[in-house]
Design a protein around this ligand. Structure first.
Ligand SMILES: [Zn+2]
Length: 230
């Protein structure tokens, strides 16, 4: 699957102003990147036409050598959490906290990947919620529907980060799979920044399942994320 930059614009938010960049894959599916303090380095893809980018690239290489390592969050779409403030998961608070943290550092990006419900889609996610209403946990519900626990892919991250000339990141995540994926694909994760927000009575069990059955790095009280040892 290949990914193409389409367009970008300013996006003022209650956390501050971002640049919003739209990418599309071969099937026309859209993915989104929000950035702060990270100029586009690939002018050829930035304007979709010009090949006369050498001078600009050199300028931007010099700029990237001077800037701090950007704070990056890879966030997969969760309509119920991100837009409707669902208490069944921690996605909404995680997204908002990451946006705020990136604004505070002044250099970073949110890669907002349109793979709803850990990649199974909105309809299947709600089917799984119906099973959870009957007492099954988030993982078993997916398995009962014949769906993988996690169907997300991350192959759009490389092209998105390349667009802003980023090959090293401080990654905001509790998920060691994301660290491993980026590292395997040539992105240097210089630091994992743990993120734990939005724990409530409704999602504590969901978070415990992510910790106990899906390898997320959360401690037994769900209070503090644990640093990677390596
Ligand atoms: Zn969610």
């Amino acid at each position: 699957m290949s990914y193409q930059f389409i367009t970008s614009a300013k996006l003022p938010t209650r956390h501050g102003e971002f640049d919003i960049h739209i990418f599309e894959n071969d099937d026309g599916q859209e993915h989104v990147m929000l950035t702060v303090g990270l100029p586009v380095v690939d002018q050829k893809t930035a304007d979709g036409l010009s090949n006369d980018s050498d001078g600009q690239s050199n300028q931007n290489s010099a700029a990237s050598a001077e800037r701090p390592t950007p704070l990056v969050r890879i966030h997969s779409e969760c309509l119920t959490g991100d837009a409707f403030s669902s208490l069944k998961c921690d996605c909404g608070p995680q997204l908002n906290t990451a946006m705020q943290a990136i604004q505070e550092t002044g250099c970073g990006a949110i890669l907002y990947l349109r793979q709803e419900g850990r990649g199974i889609g909105l309809t299947n996610k709600i089917r799984a919620y119906a099973l959870q209403d009957q007492g099954h946990d988030t993982l078993d519900a997916n398995l009962m529907l014949g769906l993988p626990a996690d169907a997300r892919i991350y192959d759009m991250c490389g092209p998105m980060l390349a667009h802003i000339g980023v090959d090293a990141v401080k990654l905001i995540t509790n998920n060691p799979d994301k660290v491993a994926y980026l590292t395997e694909h040539g992105i240097d994760v210089v630091e994992r920044v743990p993120l734990l927000v939005g724990v409530n009575d409704m999602n504590a069990e969901y978070l415990a399942t992510k910790r106990d059955r899906m390898g997320h790095l959360l401690d037994k009280d769900l209070n503090t994320a644990i640093h990677l040892n390596k």
